[in-house]
Design a binder for this molecule. Structure first.
Ligand SMILES: NC(=O)c1ccc[n+]([C@@H]2O[C@H](COP(=O)([O-])OP(=O)(O)OC[C@H]3O[C@@H](n4cnc5c(N)ncnc54)[C@H](O)[C@@H]3O)[C@@H](O)[C@H]2O)c1
Length: 378
């Protein structure tokens, strides 16, 4: 094990999953590979931007560079057609049940690679090397895999935890501003769910966050941000919160639902923006979703107003939106009824904050309240 790494051990439904965070964490890959060499499924952009480091990681694991399947960048990878081409590639390499598949990339890569590992030969060992902030604090932890199909997001997937999650902040040096913002939405969410001290620290750091994230090209990497804020500590704290939640409720029967904070409305707004040709990413939509449920809870008096104000201030400092001009009541109701988490029996349940660190997982919200607080005009 490399010095000064942070380690989080998880037992997820009987699988052991270890998260290692540190500058040399990826060099621990060999600890998770019983029968080398492993095969690599890598986001093409990451492979181009980080090829010398990826070669070092492979050489450290097996003494030479390994077999690599390059995936289309980001969400384009999460299709049945891409999964099928990965299966063909695994068949050509005769990957056996004892083999290891290593996914390297953001959440989309890890979702696809994890599903390939879960299903190939009824499940081979999976190791995740997350390369985005979102993947380091969220997508790599907890074993959810999935692809998009039938016009839906993530309807096909399964639980297959990575045996090792090796997180190295060095990958973030090339991350475009838009991806930092998306990752921040999940990091802020996680802090709000389970780490009041991290939440307070993010709030105290908002002028620095704003200097790097609030303005500027969404497509450019954010020069200087890595060295200016304590990312390693923040990522480690957020990862610990997510690990705690998925450990107590691996299959999302109860407490894991808290991770959907801001997502119920977020999914509806993502769908609305797509239908109207607008450019609202998942993180942006979740930011608006969180802003709305905090405003609703503050107005009802079930959550301190100060917490809602602080949440809005952090989101805005990160260049994330907190309002949305539409949709109409009818549109919103239609979009919400399509949400995959609607239970025919119980109706839609909302994650409503009671305070930072405590959520009501079974909240009820009216369409009128959402419309009122989507665009409050202050
Ligand atoms: N399984 C889970 O628990 C879980 C949780 C949250 C989100 N997700 C999924 O994660 C996906 C979103 O993932 P994401 O936001 O991490 O990004 P992503 O995988 O969609 O990648 C976004 C873009 O960033 C690029 N990129 C990745 N790493 C980079 C780096 N280090 N430098 C420069 N560019 C880089 C990619 O090439 C791509 O263009 C969604 O599909 C979502 O459904 C899964």
């Amino acid at each position: 094990m490399q010095d000064k790494s942070q380690i989080i051990e998880m037992n997820l439904g009987g699988f052991s999953s270890r998260y290692i965070l540190g500058p040399l964490a990826c060099l621990d890959l060999k600890l998770f590979v019983d029968a080398p060499p492993p095969v690599y499924v890598i986001d093409r952009t990451v492979a181009e931007l980080h090829s010398p480091w990826l070669e070092t990681i492979q050489a450290e694991c097996q003494g030479s560079s390994g077999e690599i399947f390059l995936l289309p960048p980001g969400e384009q990878a999460k299709t049945p057609a891409v999964l099928e081409s990965v299966y063909k590639w695994l068949a050509d390499r005769a990957l056996t049940r004892e083999g290891t598949l290593v996914g390297v990339g953001g959440g989309a890569t890890l979702d696809l690679a994890g599903l390939a590992a879960a299903t190939w030969r009824r499940g081979v060992n999976f190791v995740a090397l997350p390369t985005t902030l979102l993947a380091m604090v969220d997508a790599s932890i907890g074993g959810k895999t999935g692809i998009n199909t039938a016009g839906l997001k993530n309807p096909v997937g399964c639980f297959h935890p990575a045996s090792g999650i090796l997180a190295d902040c060095g990958f973030l040096a090339t991350l475009p501003r838009r991806r930092w913002q998306e990752g921040m939405a999940e990091l802020i969410k996680t802090a709000a769910l389970g780490d009041p001290r991290l939440f307070a620290e993010l709030h105290r750091s908002r002028s620095k966050l704003s200097a790097y994230l609030a303005d500027g090209s969404e497509l450019e990497s954010v020069t200087g941000i890595l060295g200016s804020l304590p990312w390693r500590e923040w990522i480690g704290r957020a990862a610990a919160v997510k690990a705690r939640i998925v450990t107590v409720d691996f299959r999302e029967k109860g407490p894991r639902k808290a991770l959907n904070l801001g997502h119920t409305l977020g999914h509806a707004l993502e769908a609305h923006s797509m239908a109207h040709g607008r450019d609202l990413g998942h993180g942006q939509a979740v930011a608006i979703g969180m802003a709305v449920v905090f405003r609703i809870a503050a107005e009802r008096g079930t959550c301190p107003l100060a917490s809602a104000v602080q949440l809005l201030e952090i989101l805005e400092a990160c260049g994330l939106p907190v309002t949305y001009p539409e949709p109409s009541t009818d549109e919103l109701e239609k979009l919400l009824s399509a949400d995959k988490k609607t239970s025919a029996r119980a109706g839609l349940r909302w994650i409503l904050p009671e305070r930072i660190g405590k959520m009501d997982l079974d909240g009820q919200v009216s369409t009128a309240e959402i419309i009122k607080w989507l665009n409050p005009g202050y």
